[in-house]
Design a protein. Structure first.
Length: 181
């Protein structure tokens, strides 16, 4: 019996970063998934709108990193982790009042050689936290990519003037499991 070699990841080639539009479907996150909203989304049919690190803090905005997963054998699947570090004040979950400073989401079954996207989208106003967000893509104990995004608020003067709106968080992380169409 011939044993197939284990899949190996050599890195990622970043093809886009910034804001994008996509179709997405959300599902409850699994055990061990640290998602502020308790959901994880899958994106399809995405296209980048802007290649900027500045992200409008508005409902409907989506941002992230598009990349080609490099390694062998092409077509085999591996598990990646997306770590998202939130602005210093963290994200306060409105249903529990708990504050999160980092999300850690596992994305199994990503294909080596495929064009993939890991990012976030704001579905509700309470999800938006202005400041610097750092997105990292990990394979096992090795960071493959890191980008920072600055989320702005359309009502920055009101938000920072003490409007009392501190209970905000983000919406489902998005991932692809197949090549872009």
């Amino acid at each position: 019996m011939v044993v197939a070699p284990a899949a190996t990841v050599s890195g990622v080639t970043i093809t886009n970063t910034g804001t994008y539009k996509a179709q997405s479907v959300s599902a409850p996150s699994g055990a061990g998934q640290l998602s502020p909203t308790g959901t994880i989304g899958t994106a399809s049919n995405w296209h980048f709108v802007s290649k900027t690190s500045e992200v409008a803090g508005e409902v409907g905005t989506q941002f992230g990193i598009e990349f080609r997963l490099e390694g062998n054998p092409v077509g085999d699947t591996v598990t990646l982790h997306m770590v998202l570090k939130f602005p210093r004040q963290g994200i306060r979950k409105p249903n529990t009042g708990a504050t999160m400073h980092t999300a850690d989401i596992t994305f199994p079954d990503l294909k080596i050689g495929a064009l993939c996207l890991l990012g976030y989208g704001f579905d509700n106003a309470w999800e938006i936290v202005p400041g610097v967000w750092t997105e990292q893509i990990w394979y096992q104990d090795r960071m493959l990519a890191e980008r920072t995004f600055t989320v702005t608020s359309p009502n920055a003067a009101t938000d920072f003037a003490g409007s009392g709106t501190t209970g905000r968080t983000i919406s489902p992380p998005l991932s692809c499991t197949a090549s872009k169409r």
